[in-house]
Design a binder for this molecule. Sequence first.
Ligand code: NZQ
Ligand code: ZN
Length: 385
Amino acid sequence: MQNFQFHNPTRIVFGKGMIAQLGKLVPENARVLILTGGSSAQKTGTLDEVRAALGTRHVTLFSGIEPNPTFETLSGAVETVRSEKIDFLLAVGGGSVIDGTKFVAAAVPFEGDPWSILKTAGRKVVRAIPFGTVLTLPATGSEMNSAAVITRRETHDKLPFFSPHVFPQFSILDPTRTFTLPERQIANGIVDAFVHVIEQYLTCPAEGRVQDRFAEGLLQTLIEIAPKALATPPDYDARANLMWVATLALNGLIGVGVPQDWTTHKIGHELTALHGIDHARTLAILLPSVLQLRREAKRAKLLQYAARVWNITDGDEDDRIDAAIARTRDFFESVGIATRLGAVGLTRDAIDPILTQLEHHGLTALGEQGDIDLPASRAILEHAL
Ligand code: NZQ
Ligand code: ZN
């Protein structure tokens, strides 16, 4: 196991009715900016519940943060924070609203061009405005991590930043707030969480035994609950489990001390930035091809994954690996998510521009060994056609 430090300061407040706790969690005399997405928080009543829990505090609303939040929109929120003398942010929404709020929190006190926060992956962030979140879409893990992914519409750049200053102070996870989600977003959440676990687990053996067992437990839980989590009317316990799995999948715990391989996410972000495909849908398209083309580098962990997650123990090694990759693809398809570029209308012509963007972003040595260069990324994309 590699050396590591682990510190996660986010307080999780979990369960039905927990939005009422906002009254205790947000400082009494705070000037609060609530940040939301398009209109779901208003329509579903979550925004009213949040406002009621904030009582007589000074509250301003910034709405309109889009899926795959943009620098352009968020710059408006930065202005609002400054002009309204806001000192506490409250994100009410999914990963996009939370990521956007992290950017605003870091950008307001930032000296210099705020886009350089993304260009330097967060290394220049030295402070941020405190913020909390009310999660309405279980998927990204943003509610308990220090990462955010921001898009610059103008240039089609979709880049992450990381900073210990942008951990939420608290996140409220009320599973009933997911009941209004369309099936498409629940499916996205299942796949996103699944791939987050895989990218921290399916690399090469590192004697991270408890990390492996946690990861396998999270994957099996997702497989087990997927049909109930998608069902209507919504099932509270299935949604509660989905919410907690998605948080644990990317709060740092399972990734400590072990190699990681974010190839699927990195190429996926380029697909979203160029073609507007939902984040999770890019992952479902790319992951089976990454596993197939990296089967030698990942052989030992693929066999462990086959046996422990899918109970595949018969046949020779290659048969077991083939079966595990096929089961992964089938699982994504079973929740209604396509696993081929062709299914989202992309052909071979789409590949060169993706490679150009990967090169532009310096993403030419991906994978746990740093050996996924541009020709290897091309092979992954061609395999995914
Ligand atoms: O905009 P509104 O009207 O609020 O509607 C949203 C949006 O259209 C809707 N929605 C959210 N909660 C709802 C609801 N509709 C009905 N009922 C509810 N309770 O769902 C749509 C999608 O929301 P979005 O926040 O975009 O989805 P998600 O949570 O999947 O976030 C995706 C973003 O997170 C980034 C992705 O790249 C993408 O930009 N990621 C962030 C990560 C992180 N910070 O660690 C890691 C991830 O790998 C990911 O990259
Ligand atoms: Zn993701």
